[in-house]
Write a protein that binds this ligand. Structure first.
Ligand SMILES: [Zn+2]
Length: 459
C-alpha cells in the first residue's frame, strides 16, 4: 500500500460514509486511483466519532505511515471536522468535496425535484460542466431561479463552498480527473464495505482483506492485458495516437483518443505572436466557449486556459489541435504523466533495487524487482526489431556468463568436498545420527584425541 501511495498518492479519496458494524464504528478507507483508472487501497481505519481531533489524529498517523508525503488533492464528504483536520495536517493539500455525495444529497433534498430530469441536468452542469467562474455563475443563477432555491439553506451553503467542488474553480490542481469524470461515482460506490450490522472487527478485517485482494487481482489482469494487446482505435494508429497507444494503459488511451477526436472538429484563430510564443483561440464545434492556447514553437511547450492537463494529466483537444497544426510528431515527454502509463511502477522498482532494499538480503524482494524491470524492458521495446535483437543478444550473453559462473561454482564445490572427506573430522551422516548423546560422544572423542595429541607433543 505504501508503494502504491508513492505512485498514486497524489489524489486521495477519504470516505467516511461506511458505518455498518456491531460497534457503530466509522470505517474510513483511504482510496486512490491507479493507471487503469481503478481504485487502489492506501489504508483503512476505524474511528469512534467524527470530531476534529479524531480526524487530526487519523491524518497524522496516515501521513506518518506514508513517510510524511501529503496528497495534492483530498476528496472527502462535506464535513466541517474533516475540513479543520485537513487544514492542520495537510495544509498544502487542495480539499475537494466528492461530487457524487453532493449530487445524491442535492437531489434527495427536494422530494418534488427528485424525478425532474431538467433539474438533474442543471445541477450536474453546475457540478461538472462549467469551465470558468462566469459560466458557473450564469448556470447557478438560472437553476436557483427556475427551481425556486433562493431561500434554501442547503443550496446557500453549497454555493459558499463552490470553490471546493465545481469544475469551474481551482482546476489547475491535479485531481486525476475525478471532478469532471463520470467515474467519480464508481470511486465512491465500489469500495463495497457491505458488512452486516452484527459484523465485528475481525469480520471487517476479512472484508477489507478481500476487497484489497480483489482490487489487486483486477490490477494484475489489467497489467497483463496491456502487455499483451495494444489499444485499438477507429482512427489509424499514427503520430500522436500511435505514441499514446505505446505509452498509456488501455483505459487512459481511450480518454486520450476521445480528446484527439474532438480536436479534429475544432476551429482555430491565430491571435498574436510574442517572442517565440504564438497565441491562438480554439473552439470546439457546437460549443460557444473559446479557449486560449499558448504555443512555444521552440521547445514545444503548450498551455490552455481550460487547464485540462493540469487537472487530469492529459492534453486537451485544444492543445492537441495546435500541436497538430505545428506538425509535432509525438507527445512531448513533459506531457506524459508517468502515473497514467503502462510503466507507472517502473521508477519505484528502480529506486527499490538501487537503494531502499539491501541487495542479497532479501532474495524474494530482489527477484520481484528484477522480474518487473525485465518485464517493462521487454514491454517497452517489443515492437522494434532492432530493440528485440539487443534484448535477445543481451540475454544470450548473460546466459553464457551465468553458465561459466555455475561451472566455477561446481568446480569449487567439488574441491571443497574432496578436502572435507580427506580431513580428520569424523562427519556423521544425518540419517544415522542418534541425536545429542552421540554428538556429545563424538565431541568427547575429539576432545580425548586432542588431549592425547597434546600429550604426544609434550612428550
Ligand atoms: Zn484546452
Amino acid at each position: 500500500m505504501k508503494e502504491d501511495y508513492m505512485i498514486y498518492g497524489d489524489v486521495v479519496v477519504f470516505d467516511t460514509t461506511h458505518r455498518t458494524n456491531k460497534y457503530n464504528l466509522i470505517c474510513v478507507p483511504f482510496v486512490g486511483i491507479n493507471n487503469h483508472w481503478k481504485n487502489v487501497m492506501f489504508g483503512c481505519a476505524f474511528v469512534t466519532n467524527e470530531k476534529t481531533e479524531s480526524f487530526e489524529w487519523l491524518f497524522e498517523v496516515f501521513k506518518k505511515s506514508m513517510e510524511g508525503q501529503s496528497p495534492m488533492t483530498l476528496f472527502t464528504y462535506p464535513d466541517q471536522a474533516i475540513g479543520n483536520a485537513k487544514r492542520k495536517v495537510f495544509p498544502t493539500t487542495m480539499h475537494r468535496l466528492c461530487i457524487w455525495h453532493l449530487y445524491q444529497s442535492g437531489v434527495n433534498e427536494f422530494e418534488k425535484l427528485k424525478a425532474n430530469k431538467f433539474f438533474h441536468d442543471a445541477f450536474q452542469k453546475c457540478l461538472t460542466g462549467c469551465r470558468n467562474g462566469d459560466e458557473f455563475e450564469k448556470c447557478w443563477s438560472s437553476m436557483v431561479s427556475i427551481y425556486g432555491l433562493q431561500d434554501n439553506s442547503w443550496f446557500k451553503r453549497l454555493y459558499d463552498l463552490r470553490h471546493k467542488w465545481s469544475t469551474a474553480y481551482n482546476n489547475d490542481i491535479f485531481s486525476a480527473g475525478i471532478l469532471s469524470s463520470q467515474r467519480s461515482e464508481s470511486t465512491n460506490t465500489t469500495i463495497g464495505f457491505n458488512a452486516k450490522e452484527t459484523a465485528n472487527l475481525n469480520d471487517l478485517c476479512i472484508i477489507f482483506k478481500n476487497i484489497v485482494e480483489r482490487w489487486r487481482s483486477n490490477e494484475r489482469n489489467d497489467e497483463l492485458q496491456c502487455s499483451r494487446e495494444k489499444p485499438t482505435s477507429c482512427l489509424p494508429l499514427t503520430g500522436f495516437l500511435k505514441h499514446a497507444s505505446e505509452v498509456y494503459t488501455k483505459t487512459i488511451f481511450k480518454d486520450f483518443e476521445k480528446e484527439f477526436l474532438k480536436s479534429i472538429s475544432t476551429s482555430i484563430r491565430f491571435l498574436s505572436e510574442e517572442h517565440d510564443v504564438k497565441l491562438y483561440y480554439v473552439t470546439v464545434a457546437d460549443e460557444i466557449t473559446s479557449y486560449q492556447v499558448n504555443f512555444n514553437a521552440v521547445d514545444f511547450l503548450v498551455s490552455c486556459s481550460c487547464k485540462r492537463f493540469e487537472e487530469c494529466g492529459l492534453l486537451c483537444c485544444h492543445c492537441l489541435r495546435i500541436m497538430h497544426v505545428h506538425s509535432i510528431p509525438q507527445i512531448p515527454e513533459c506531457y506524459i504523466k508517468r502515473r497514467w502509463t503502462k510503466f507507472a511502477k517502473q521508477d519505484l522498482w528502480d529506486k527499490s533495487v538501487s537503494g531502499r532494499f539491501e541487495k542479497g538480503k532479501n532474495s524474494a524482494t530482489w527477484r520481484q524487482k528484477m522480474v518487473k524491470k525485465y518485464y517493462n524492458l521487454v514491454l517497452k521495446d517489443q515492437e522494434n526489431e532492432e530493440a528485440r535483437a539487443i534484448i535477445e543478444d543481451g540475454l544470450n550473453a548473460m546466459t553464457s556468463a551465468l553458465e561459466a559462473l555455475e561451472t566455477t561454482w561446481q568446480t569449487r564445490k567439488a574441491t571443497d568436498e574432496t578436502e572435507i572427506s580427506s580431513s580428520s573430522y569424523d562427519m556423521l551422516d544425518p540419517s544415522h545420527s542418534k541425536g545429542r548423546k552421540q554428538r556429545t560422544d563424538h565431541l568427547q572423542k575429539s576432545k580425548k584425541k586432542k588431549t592425547s595429541d597434546a600429550s604426544d607433543s609434550n612428550q
